[in-house]
Design a protein around this ligand. Structure first.
Ligand code: 3PG
Length: 214
């Protein structure tokens, strides 16, 4: 199924139950990595803006792997959002939230998963119109008990917990009614990327794409 040209945050979190959080150190690995992830059933790909190669990686994947849908992660400034939009990013994920990042996403027409870890942060993001939020750092900030506590006051918010999630606990997070999907770096381990072991990346993606929401 083709991904629609303009995405909403719900489109991003309702696709596979896992969004890979990807660090690219070598642009030449970006396209085969994305192809392996797509072959395993994962097409929403968060490329983190943590390396000098991130923007070039997003551009390469956007051009060469149309089945994938590239998002920019670790967006901390409005300029990050603009740079990512310029190279074809179609959604944005941030580790926290500022109004400037939110406005830049609106200006670029891109959905944002703003990072939150407290009730006040949820309220600020919601006030600005964002209601599909990244819960980061999920395990360190309170994990499943905190998500359960938020089900009362924030029953209209859906979360993508990220940080400390892996195959061992993803299903437990996904069993919660306010968890739309989870994010994690376990699908693209640095050593596996460096070894160009695309079979393993595909197998990790296949395994992740088979995890079911409750
Ligand atoms: C992130 O970088 O957004 C998360 O820290 C990814 O966390 P993980 O490496 O624990 O999956």
């Amino acid at each position: 199924m083709a991904v629609s040209p303009v995405l909403t945050a719900s489109d991003v979190v309702n696709d596979a139950a896992v969004i890979p959080v990807i660090v690219v150190d070598d642009v030449s690995l970006a396209v085969p990595m994305a192809q392996a992830l797509v072959a395993g059933g994962i097409r929403m790909l968060e490329i983190t803006l943590r390396t000098p190669q991130a923007l070039a990686a997003m551009e390469a994947i956007s051009k060469a792997v149309p089945e994938a849908c590239v998002g920019a992660g670790t967006a901390r400034r409005a300029a990050d959002v603009r740079a990512a939009a310029d190279v074809g990013a179609r959604f944005v994920v941030s580790p926290g939230y500022t109004a400037a990042v939110g406005q830049a996403c609106r200006d670029a027409g891109l959905p944002l998963l703003p990072g939150v870890a407290t009730g006040s942060e949820i309220m600020v993001a919601q006030e600005d119109g964002w209601d599909v939020l990244k819960f980061f750092p999920a395990a360190a900030a309170g994990g499943i008990p905190l998500l359960k506590a938020w089900q009362g006051p924030f029953s209209d918010v859906r979360f993508c917990p990220t940080g400390g999630i892996s195959t061992s606990n993803a299903a437990e997070f996904l069993a919660l009614s306010n968890v739309a999907c989870v994010g994690g770096s376990w699908l693209t381990p640095a050593a596996v990327l460096a070894a160009k072991d695309w079979k393993t990346i595909q197998a990790l993606a296949t395994q992740a794409s088979q995890i079911r929401r409750a």
